[in-house]
Design a protein around this ligand. Structure first.
Ligand code: GLU
Length: 447
C-alpha cells in the first residue's frame, strides 16, 4: 500500500506548536514510508478563513522544512462536495431539516433534563411532503443531515488501539448548511476518499468525528479497511493545562522570532509523547530515520518552553557554519567558521553570537581588577601569528613569572579580554581577538 497522508489546517490562525506537531508527524510518517504528504487548507468556513493565515501556514511549514507533494484547498472543490452530496441524496442517506439554532438548543435542554443523550431526534426524517412544502412556501431553506447507521462503528487506532462507538448515540451530523456550504468534516471525508489518503493522523480531539467519517466514507463507496487512523494525544502545558490559551505565544512565528531553531522544534515535537529521548539533530533526514508512529502514547505529553530552549542550545552546538552563515552574517557581519566553532558551545540562541562577535572585534570596555597584573601579563604576550596553542604558551609564561595559577590566573585575564566571567574557551578566543586588541584591553582601553 502507498502511504498517503494529509495535513489539513483551517486558515483561521497561525500554526502553533500543537498543529505544527500534527504536520510534522504526518510529514515524517510519509517520508519514513516513501509516501506522499498532502497539504490541504480546510477553508470552507469563509467567515473565519483569511489569506494572511493561509500565507502564514505556507511560510511556517517552509521554515520547519516540511515540503508537500500536493496542495489542495477545500474552497476550490465545492463542486466535488456537491457531487458527493448528490450521491448520498440519491442513496437516501441525507435528509432535510429546518430547525433553527434556538430550536435545536431547546431540544437539547429538554433531552438533558430527561437524562437522555443530547443527540438529534431525527424530526427531519419524519417530516411529510406537505410539511416540507409548507417550509418551502415560508421561504425556509433546509440544512442537511447524514443518516447514520445504527450499530457499532469501530476502528483500530494506531495510537489508541481498538475504539468503538454506538451509531445510535452519535446523532446524525449536519453535512450541508442552509446556504449550501459543506461542513468541513463532510468535505474532509470526500477529500480523503478522492485524494487516496491512506492514513488520517490528527489530534485526538477529532476522535468523536471518526465514526461519522467512517460511515460517510463507506456511504460514498470507500472501503474503511483502506483508511487507517492515528489520533495523537494533544499537547498539554507544563502543569497539564490545555495549551490553547497560550496559542499566540506558542505560534511557530513567535517562537521563530524569539530565536528558536526550526530543527529544535522538529527534534522536540518528533519525540514528545513517545518514550524515546529527544535527539538534537541538524537535519530532518536524521529524524525521519528514527521515526516510528507506533511509539506515540495515549496520554497528553507536556510541552514546556525551558525544554525547547535546552534542545535549541543542543541543536545550535551541532550546526555547522554552512548551515548558519546567512543568519550569522546578520548578527555578526564578517564572522567566519573559526569564530562560529569557537562560540557555538556557548550559545542558547543564534542572536547571542552578536555579543561574542563584539568580544572578538570590539569595541569592548575591559574589566581590569588589578592594573599591575594586567601590565605584567601584557609584557609576556607571545608574538603573532597565534593559534590554538598561543593561550597555553602565554599562561604558562605568566604562571612562571608570577606564581599564579588556577582561577587567580585565568579569571582576571578573561575579564580583561572579554569583560565577562564566563564564555567560550580562551584558547579559541585569543587568536580571534588578536594581539593588538588584547594589548589595548590590558591597558584598560575600550578596544
Ligand atoms: N481542519 C481540521 C483541523 O484543523 C482538520 C481535521 C482533520 O485532520 O481531519 O482540526
Amino acid at each position: 500500500m502507498t502511504v498517503s497522508v494529509r495535513f489539513a489546517p483551517s486558515p483561521t490562525g497561525f500554526l502553533h506548536v500543537g498543529n505544527a506537531r500534527t504536520a510534522l508527524v504526518n510529514w515524517l510518517f510519509a517520508r519514513r514510508h516513501g509516501g506522499r504528504f498532502l497539504l490541504r487548507l480546510d477553508d470552507t468556513d469563509l467567515e473565519r478563513s483569511e489569506a494572511r493565515f493561509a500565507d502564514g501556514i505556507f511560510e511556517d511549514l517552509a521554515w520547519l522544512g516540511l515540503d508537500h507533494d500536493r496542495f489542495e484547498r477545500q474552497s476550490d472543490r465545492l463542486a466535488a462536495y456537491r457531487a458527493a452530496f448528490d450521491r448520498l441524496h440519491a442513496a437516501g442517506r441525507v435528509y432535510a431539516c429546518y430547525e433553527t439554532p434556538d430550536e435545536l438548543a431547546l431540544k437539547r435542554k429538554v433531552q438533558l433534563a430527561r437524562h437522555q443523550p443530547p443527540v438529534y431526534d431525527r424530526a427531519g426524517l419524519r417530516l411529510s411532503a406537505a410539511q416540507h412544502a409548507a417550509f418551502a412556501a415560508e421561504g425556509r431553506r433546509p440544512h442537511w443531515r447524514f443518516r447514520l447507521d445504527d450499530g457499532s462503528v469501530g476502528w483500530d487506532d494506531i495510537v489508541h488501539g481498538p475504539l468503538a462507538f454506538d451509531g445510535a448515540k452519535l446523532g446524525d451530523p449536519v453535512i450541508l448548511r442552509a446556504d449550501g456550504q459543506p461542513i468541513y468534516t463532510f468535505a474532509s471525508v470526500v477529500d480523503d476518499l478522492e485524494m487516496g489518503i491512506s492514513h488520517v493522523i490528527r489530534g485526538d480531539d477529532h476522535i468523536s468525528n471518526t465514526p461519522v467519517h467512517i460511515q460517510i466514507y463507506q456511504a460514498l463507496g470507500g472501503d474503511p479497511a483502506g483508511l487507517a487512523f492515528a489520533h495523537l494525544a494533544l499537547l498539554a502545558g507544563g502543569q497539564g493545562e490545555k495549551l490553547s490559551k497560550r496559542q499566540g505565544s506558542l505560534s511557530l512565528r513567535s517562537l521563530r522570532d524569539e530565536g528558536v531553531e526550526a530543527m529544535a522544534v522538529a527534534a522536540l515535537l518528533a519525540r514528545l509523547g513517545t518514550a524515546d529521548p529527544v535527539e538534537p539533530a541538524t537535519d530532518l533526514a536524521r529524524i525521519v530515520d528514527g521515526f516510528d508512529l507506533a511509539r506515540f502514547g495515549r496520554s497528553p505529553p507536556h510541552f514546556e518552553l525551558p525544554e525547547l530552549w535546552q534542545v535549541n542550545a543542543k541543536v545550535l552546538h551541532l550546526l555547522p557554519f554552512a548551515a548558519v552563515s546567512d543568519r550569522l552574517a546578520a548578527v555578526a557581519p564578517g564572522a567566519d567558521a573559526d569564530f562560529w566553532e569557537a562560540i557555538r558551545p556557548n550559545l542558547e540562541r543564534l542572536a547571542d553570537a552578536a555579543g561574542w562577535w563584539q568580544v572578538c572585534r570590539g569595541p569592548l570596555a575591559p574589566v581590569i581588577d588589578e592594573p599591575d597584573f594586567a601590565a605584567a601579563v601584557a609584557a609576556l604576550l607571545p608574538p603573532e601569528p597565534w593559534d590554538g596553542e598561543s593561550w597555553r604558551a602565554w599562561t604558562l609564561a605568566i604562571q612562571a613569572a608570577t606564581g599564579r595559577k588556577g582561577k587567580a590566573l585565568f579569571q582576571p585575564l578573561r575579564r580583561a579580554l572579554t569583560a565577562r566571567d564566563h564564555g567560550p574557551e580562551m584558547r579559541n578566543l585569543l587568536p580571534l581577538i588578536g594581539r593588538e586588541r588584547v594589548l589595548r584591553r590590558l591597558a584598560g582601553e575600550t578596544a
